[in-house]
Design a protein around this ligand. Structure first.
Ligand SMILES: Nc1ncnc2c1ncn2[C@@H]1O[C@H](COP(=O)(O)OP(=O)(O)OP(=O)(O)O)[C@@H](O)[C@H]1O
Length: 262
């Protein structure tokens, strides 16, 4: 795990864990008679950046949605920071959820709130942070994502790339231990993709946050990942550092997938 701290942190966060942070054991998820995840096992260590790749429909987004508790598995256990996320009592789930932030393909900003309020709302209402502290942190995060001058605008006044950068700042404002990124550039015009990926590269480099990322941007995956997991039919069929997966894949399905997308 990186010992570097976030540029907006004055000191290392003592809540940060080391060692294994996320564990899925024998997780199965079905939609009707379609088994999307099939006795899936994998774990992510604290501070690592893990990218999920694989064909459309292989279950990558479903994993992020399970971690966000937007879905429940049919079988198996999910553990975050040593505590059960599933199965678990509702109160425990709420506490664990505070450790997890997510950025979606569609930015999902609150349209009637300013950029600043979009970022401060959850820290104030969910974490009980004072308004002043939340605003100070929001301004630091807006600097990190390069949007300082847009603080008083509403989402509709921003480009898609700018909105997505606000969504990233909003997720970070909750000081999550884990950031889930679900194809965050897929809905953007091509010329806006690089700006968002640069912000994420910067965050990956300069913070100790754990990232679990679904992306079709293979160069980005190569740049930020400590580990790449190749999915097929609801299972991890190959895992390893990006230089290994992208240059010397062992599995035929990985080779086929990469030759189609690279
Ligand atoms: N709520 C749902 N109800 C029914 N089927 C669903 C639901 N959510 C996902 N699925 C199905 O589960 C399968 C896996 O979906 P998922 O979005 O996890 O795949 P993915 O690997 O992220 O694909 P992509 O790269 O296209 O986003 C797909 O066949 C999808 O149609």
């Amino acid at each position: 795990m990186s010992t570097e701290t976030h540029p907006t942190d004055s000191k290392p966060d003592p809540r940060r864990s080391t060692g294994e942070l996320i564990r899925l054991e024998q997780v199965t998820k079905r939609f009707g008679d379609h088994t999307v995840l099939d006795h899936l096992d994998f774990s992510v260590d604290a501070g690592k950046h893990v990218t999920l790749i694989g064909p459309s429909g292989s279950g990558k987004t479903t994993i992020l949605r399970l971690l966000m508790t937007l879905l429940k598995p049919d079988e198996g256990t999910i553990t975050v920071d040593g505590e059960r996320l599933f199965p678990a009592p509702e109160k425990q789930v709420r506490e664990i959820r505070k450790k997890i932030g997510m950025v979606f393909q569609q930015f999902n900003l609150f349209p009637n709130m300013t950029v600043l309020r979009n970022i401060t709302e959850a820290p104030v209402t969910v974490l009980g942070m004072s308004k002043d502290e939340a605003e100070e942190r929001a301004r630091e995060l807006l600097e990190l994502v390069g949007l300082t001058e847009h603080v008083d605008k509403h989402p509709a006044q921003l480009s898609g790339g700018q909105q997505q950068r606000v969504a990233i700042a909003r997720a970070l404002a909750m000081r999550p231990q884990v950031l889930l990124l679900d194809e965050v550039t897929s809905a953007l015009d091509p010329e806006l993709v690089a700006g968002v990926l640069d912000v994420l590269r910067d965050i990956a480099r300069s913070t100790d946050i754990t990232m679990l990322c679904v992306t079709h941007e293979m160069n980005f995956a190569r740049d930020i990942s400590d580990q790449v997991l190749m999915f097929d039919s609801g299972r991890v069929i190959e895992a390893g550092p990006p230089e290994k997966i992208f240059s010397e894949p062992e599995h035929d399905r990985t080779r086929e997938f990469l030759s189609a997308v690279l």
